[in-house]
Design a protein around this ligand. Structure first.
Ligand code: P1T
Length: 380
């Protein structure tokens, strides 16, 4: 199957053996009857397994071209499960331009459990290599990064991870499998906040991991059950439904993202526009090679770099909603320094470009003329 067919049918054979419903039913049940202890129809307790979750996990694996999908209660719960495969003393090399909550999980929780993190820029392969020692177990990347839209060359980093036998994980939340499939490029783990583009309608919080390696999948399934950070059946249904229109929505997000990025790029008050589709973007060539298109996430700064004016700008927006999160059909705007990335110390965040005037836009699928008009009036 090709990608658009997979979003609708991938892994969805026989989702309802009872009545052949076309959509996977929402199995809103805690438990399943057994005829004699251990004799059941494949499910015994909904933390360990639930048919709606299984349908979603198969869909997730299918669109990522992977073997095993594992769903969690949130994107952070998915990252948490990956971190639980590590042991005290292990080291992780992570991109320093990263979602604030991921940084907080690494730096405020797993650091205290004895895991050492090196937060570095991932543009130089030599630099990544220089941090590797025999304790290094994982390279953690996000691409495009949140919120600076840097693009990391997955294939190039995977050459290093393979050379040293280290796992490479890619947080694919911003791009989604529509734009890039990290497992095909040599990554070992692809992770998503399904809350975003996969769900696509800002009505659910969920996370996922997809891998090819059977042992790693077993370990993650064990953690999913043993730690219990599972999504409920209704949430699995919502993300499964979202995935069925992922390709259509992403296509429009990309078109609108391009128009918005180009508009901002020509605005006299705007200093920098961060969108990998612009030829001026430092990683444009990698993005062109690695991604099908450039996505609907756009960040920018203003020339006066004023915190106060940035706040005023987001308050003035009328079609864009000022809110955390991204990837829904509606356009959202955020101020990373005070919102999504407030958990990163100012000196740290400014090193990666998260300055006071930085605004992050999740460009939705409305009529783009209305979005541009809204930006125009708010910038005024
Ligand atoms: O919110 P949750 O489903 O737990 O996902 C966490 C997460 C992981 N990775 C990336 C790249 C993310 O952007 C997120 C969540 N991000 C936001 C809520 C945000 O507004 O950026």
């Amino acid at each position: 199957m090709k990608f658009n067919t997979k979003t609708i049918h991938g892994g969805q054979e026989n989702v309802d053996p009872a009545y052949k419903s076309v959509m996977a039913p929402i199995y809103q049940t805690t438990t399943y009857q057994q005829s004699t202890p251990g004799n059941h129809n494949g499910f015994e307790y909904s933390r360990s397994g639930n048919p709606t979750r299984t349908a979603l996990e198969k869909s997730l694996a299918s669109i990522e071209n992977g073997e095993y999908g594992i769903a969690f209660g949130s994107g952070l719960a998915a990252i948490d499960a990956i971190m639980k495969t590590l042991k005290p003393g292990d080291e992780v090399i992570s991109t320093n331009d990263i979602y604030g909550g991921t940084y907080r999980l690494f730096n405020k929780i797993y650091k205290d459990f004895g895991i050492k993190f090196h937060f570095i820029g991932m543009q130089s392969l030599e630099k990544i290599e220089s941090y590797i020692n025999d304790k290094t177990k994982l390279i953690w990347t996000e691409t495009p990064t949140n919120p600076m839209m840097s693009v990391i060359d997955i294939e190039a980093v995977s050459m290093i991870s393979k050379k040293y036998d280290i796992l490479l994980a890619v947080d694919n939340t911003f791009a989604t499998a529509y734009l890039q499939r990290p497992l095909d490029m040599g990554a070992d783990i692809v992770m998503h906040s399904g809350t975003k583009y996969l769900g696509g309608h800002s009505d659910v919080v969920l996370g996922s991991v997809v891998v090819n390696d059977e042992e790693l999948a077993k370990q993650l399934h064990f953690i999913q059950n043993a730690s219990g950070a599972i999504p409920g059946p209704m949430d699995c249904f919502l993300v499964l439904r979202g995935i069925k229109t992922l390709h259509l929505r992403m296509q429009r997000h990309c078109e609108n993202g391009k128009a918005v990025a180009e508009y901002l790029n020509s605005h006299p008050k705007v200093e920098n526009v961060y969108w990998p589709g612009l030829e001026s973007h430092p990683n444009h060539e990698v993005a062109k090679r690695q991604m099908k298109d450039f996505g609907g996430m756009v960040s920018f700064t203003t020339k006066n770099n004023s915190y106060k004016d940035a706040i005023k700008f987001v308050e003035n927006l009328k079609v864009f909603t000022l809110a955390e999160s991204l990837g829904g059909v509606e356009s959202l705007a955020g101020h990373p320094a005070s919102m999504t990335h407030a958990s990163i110390p100012k000196e740290e965040r400014e090193k990666t470009g998260v300055v006071d005037s930085l605004i992050r836009l999740s460009v939705g699928i409305e009529d783009v003329e209305d979005l541009i008009q809204d930006l125009k009036q708010a910038l005024k």
